[in-house]
Design a protein around this ligand. Structure first.
Ligand SMILES: Nc1ncnc2c1ncn2[C@@H]1O[C@H](COP(=O)(O)OP(=O)(O)OP(=O)(O)O)[C@@H](O)[C@H]1O
Ligand SMILES: [Mg+2]
Length: 478
């Protein structure tokens, strides 16, 4: 199936030329003359029987009626994964910057060049994930939390938001690093200036330099026009260097130089540029370890790590689960057109017992799936998605089953509890071992106890360690 592209432009001649260029490249093209029509076509494309989804929208910014900027916002709300490329007239880079800030994938200046068009379209279709901040309702992008540790994070944000110092945000995937970066920007005096994000992991290494610093026409094959980099786009505002741990080492050197000299040149350019940008970096890697392994430059680390913000994993702040669930219910009711009121304390307790390797992103996903299938307004533990129940079910529910299913024997209560406890432990350990093909190190990790404790427990319970499986070195945890 070829990619489908929707073009919105009020100028008939341009529409025609664009459509025919893209059709020659093998794309399916539909073109319309206004933002309103574009929305209509997009909505129809969602219809289950007749609709066919679009993969990209190219829109002019200035159109009568719903203009390109509003169209972009609507698309972001309704069709979050659909990339939008905007067309801007020459000399209106401001508007383009605004569009990028609103979540446009890229922009093309009119009159456009065929090669540029094709390369931008190709890139947009490849990278459907957006590199730029996606606008949402303000209340949807605030940090929710009730734990002491999140209160500390809030405190740091309030303290340093308006300082020019670089902030380095660390934390596991899904802990809210990007949200913290946004909060810092929104609470600073730069809040009405651009917040530009660049994800070092999502951009091919050969293109990073041009993305960061821009390039002049002809600087390399494919550089069919000159283009500002993210540093320039972020002028006056904030530049968020996401996944900084993935930045190739040669780019680390270049970045450090630019940060120290606070000037740079576009790739292939001779003019020295200077911008006023507040830098925020984030990573889920342990940068100190990366430094030890020679993968991250220590000098750059110190330049970035002026204000460190560490986001704890959700399992270390389960007090946040109830308030997060509440916030997600509110937000998702709106988006999914549901009217769920709350989760029961039992359902919340189940959620608090799960270790959340994907952290808040995973929690949000579970709440979304729960709401999607919910036909009641109060959600009990039984209404949580079955796979989550199965993952947790390995633990708690079985325990109660053991305790209630069997008749009470002769011994004292203490003995019975002790014996049943041992059975339960044995059962849990055996299952962890089965799941990990008898690998004690992995089983211990699964049970969240140390390998040593697991071995002691196994001995006590008369479980034998199988020696045929080679074990991993335990010196460093990955
Ligand atoms: N404290 C919070 N309150 C409300 N929502 C949150 C909070 N923390 C994270 N989220 C939500 O969880 C999701 C993941 O957050 P975010 O993208 O900021 O994580 P991340 O640390 O950047 O993850 P990754 O390392 O995978 O990029 C987002 O949808 C975000 O809105
Ligand atoms: Mg992130």
């Amino acid at each position: 199936m070829s990619h489908r592209i929707l073009i919105a432009d009020d100028e008939a001649s341009l529409r025609k030329v664009l459509a025919s260029s893209l059709r020659k490249e093998g794309y399916d093209v539909v073109s319309v003359k206004s933002g309103d029509e574009a929305m209509e076509v997009l909505e129809a494309s969602e219809s289950p029987d007749t609709g066919e989804p679009f993969h990209l929208v190219i829109t002019d910014l200035r159109m009568p009626g719903m203009d390109g900027m509003v169209l972009l916002q609507r698309i972001n709300k309704r069709f979050r994964d659909l990339p939008v490329v905007v067309l801007t007239a020459h000399g209106t880079v401001d508007l383009a910057v605004q569009a990028l800030k609103q979540g446009a994938f890229d922009f093309i200046t009119k009159p456009y060049e065929r090669d540029e068009l094709c390369s931008v379209v190709k890139k947009a279709l490849e990278h459907r994930a957006r590199d730029v901040e996606e606008p949402q309702g303000d209340d949807e992008r605030t940090l929710v939390g009730a734990s002491e540790r999140m209160r500390k994070v809030d405190e740091i944000i309030a303290k340093v938001a308006d300082s020019p110092s670089t902030v380095l945000i660390t934390g596991e995937s899904g802990t809210g690093k990007e949200l913290v970066a946004l909060a810092l920007h929104n609470k600073s005096s730069r809040h009405d200036k651009p917040f530009i994000r660049i994800n070092a992991a999502a951009i091919p290494p050969t293109l990073i330099e041009a993305e960061l610093f821009g390039h002049e026409k002809g600087a390399f094959t494919g550089a069919v026009s000159s283009k500002p980099g993210r540093f320039e786009l972020a002028h006056g505002g904030t530049l968020f260097l996401d996944e900084i741990g993935e930045l190739p080492i040669d780019m680390q050197v270049k970045l450090l130089r630019v940060l120290q000299e606070s000037t740079f040149e576009r790739v292939g350019g001779i003019k020295t540029l200077q911008v006023d940008v507040r830098l925020i970096a984030a990573t889920n890697r342990d940068l100190r370890k990366a430094i030890d392994q020679g993968q991250f430059r220590e000098d750059l680390f110190w330049r970035l790590n002026v204000v460190p913000v560490e986001l704890p994993p959700l399992r270390e702040r389960t007090e946040d689960v109830p308030v997060l669930v509440e916030a997600f219910i509110k937000k998702l009711n709106r988006r999914l057109n549901r009217s769920v009121e709350r989760f029961t304390p039992e359902a919340i307790a189940v959620l608090q017992s799960y270790p959340w390797p994907g952290n808040i992103r995973e929690l949000e996903n579970i709440v979304e799936r729960t709401l999607l299938f919910a036909d009641k307004s109060v959600i009990d533990a039984g209404e949580l998605p079955p796979d989550l129940q199965a993952k947790i079910g390995g633990l708690a529910p079985r325990a109660t089953a053991v305790a209630t299913a069997e008749p009470i024997g002769e011994g004292s209560m203490k003995d019975i509890v002790k014996q049943r406890m041992a059975e339960l432990e044995k059962d849990l350990i055996q299952r962890a071992l089965d799941d990990t093909q008898g690998n004690v190190t992995h089983a211990a990790r699964k049970l969240k106890i140390s390998r040593k404790s697991l071995q002691i427990k196994m001995k006590e319970l008369g479980l034998r360690e199988e020696s045929k499986v080679p074990e991993e070195p335990t010196a460093k945890d990955g």
